[in-house]
Design a binder for this molecule. Structure first.
Ligand SMILES: CC(C)(COP(=O)(O)OP(=O)(O)OC[C@H]1O[C@@H](n2cnc3c(N)ncnc32)[C@H](O)[C@@H]1OP(=O)(O)O)[C@@H](O)C(=O)NCCC(=O)NCCS
Length: 248
């Protein structure tokens, strides 16, 4: 049976790379993590360089929850909203320039088993929307200019469940990884499962569960997600207005 010290040690080792790092990171977060308004954003843009890597000016709102900060790298112009949870245990989290991570998104590497390919890498000019959950045990790689809608989940892990005589939690996991190529749009509530590659410029419709690779420039939707159409530039005349696209 676990002793209390073992549980304490387990807890601490799931918060930071070492005990001294835990104390250091938590001290910085405690002193500066709560400060609201532009004053707090400005203070964190300077002070958080002591605990994580920033390649330029980065905006981090108050109340962002950060663990294993030493494994986090943020590009210039990254925006981390309130309530975002970055848990960057070994192999870490990298977020490219000008990417926004919106409130209550959770990016959790979840590598507590020395997994070889874990990590979360997001390219530049992406939007990771509200309440997204990204679990990076097998590795999640997202290209540039990818937009996810609210409540998207990318789950780069599966439990092994073949043996009916043993609890599933004792049978191990598989973790192959997920790749979302450049210029994709993932609709609200979609779930991308482990081992999936979504090709460049593809669209995943709202509510889809993606169980097979998605070819570039196709629309898929449904549960399980099926091919709906190729995005080939053929556009039916629109009866509703289209507002300006992003300039970046
Ligand atoms: C896929 C989507 C973009 C519509 O694209 P569209 O090119 O206008 O497609 P259409 O509405 O013409 O639908 C084409 C076919 O796909 C089907 N379809 C559309 N959305 C679907 C969905 N979410 N799930 C399953 N099938 C869907 C339609 O029923 C239609 O099927 P049919 O040809 O058998 O009638 C839209 O339905 C969607 O899912 N949007 C995501 C919304 C969102 O997340 N917003 C947040 C923005 S960040």
């Amino acid at each position: 049976m676990d002793t209390q010290p073992n549980r304490l040690s387990l807890y601490l080792h799931r918060q930071a790379d070492s005990i001294p790092r835990y104390i250091w990171e938590q001290t910085i977060l405690f002193c500066f993590g709560w400060i609201p308004t532009i004053i707090g954003v400005g203070a964190r843009a300077i002070i958080y360089r002591l605990i994580l890597r920033m390649d330029g000016l980065v905006a981090i709102e108050n109340g962002a929850r950060i663990r294993f900060a030493s494994n986090i790298r943020l590009g210039a112009g990254v925006y981390i909203d309130e309530g975002v949870y970055l848990h960057a245990c070994p192999r870490g989290i990298e977020i490219g320039a000008n990417t926004y991570v919106m409130h209550h998104a959770e990016l959790h590497v979840y590598n507590f088993r020395a997994l070889p390919h874990s990590g979360i890498r997001i390219g530049k000019n992406c939007l990771i929307s509200e309440f997204n959950v990204l679990r990076g045990q097998g590795g999640i790689t997202i290209g540039d200019n990818v937009y996810t809608a609210p409540l998207v989940q990318m789950l780069a892990v599966n439990h092994v469940y073949d043996d009916p005589t043993r609890p599933i939690i004792q049978q191990g996991i598989t973790a192959q990884g997920i790749v979302i190529e450049d210029d994709c749009w993932i609709g609200a509530g979609a779930i991308i499962l482990d081992g999936i590659r979504v090709g460049k410029g593809a669209v995943v419709a709202a509510g889809a569960v993606v169980t097979r690779d998605v070819a570039p420039h196709t629309l898929v939707g449904g549960v399980p997600a099926k091919f709906i159409k190729t995005i080939d530039g053929t556009v039916a005349p629109r009866t509703i207005p289209v507002y300006a696209g992003s300039e970046t």
